[in-house]
Design a protein. Sequence first.
Length: 168
Amino acid sequence: MQIYQRSYFFNQSLAHHFSLVARFMTMFMVFAMTGCSIGSVAKGVSDQKLANCPVTPNCISSQDDGMHNYAAFEFEGSPAKAKKMLVEVLNAYPRCEIRENDGNYIQATFITAVFRFRDDAEFLIKDDAIEVRSASRLGLSDLGKNSRRMNEIKASFEQAMSNSVDAK
């Protein structure tokens, strides 16, 4: 009798577990599908400034003094050369699409590898630095993805700028 009771309760527990997993997967799929249709969170430039980050922690900006602060990309040389190098870096970056490239402003969209979430980044090229803003379109947290991505882009940009100086 005890064996029957144990297997009965085990099966009930297992069935409940699978039911919870099925519910979670259904909610996740609905969440993921609606997340793909959310429009860009890039705000553009106003008075030579990028927009402020929202209160959620899924955004970084070089023009924010608070929790969203991220250092601008500093460079030596002309802004035109810096922009050219940045465009080359962005074109080489996986799952990156430059959506706007106008004057001293670049807007790009990045797609994460696993869940295909979209993040928007903006770059404002100034005389000796590139101001950056990067934000996730969906959710409250990006688990640090925007910051890690900008670190990779910044390192590639600095390397490209260094290589172009060495080539002369």
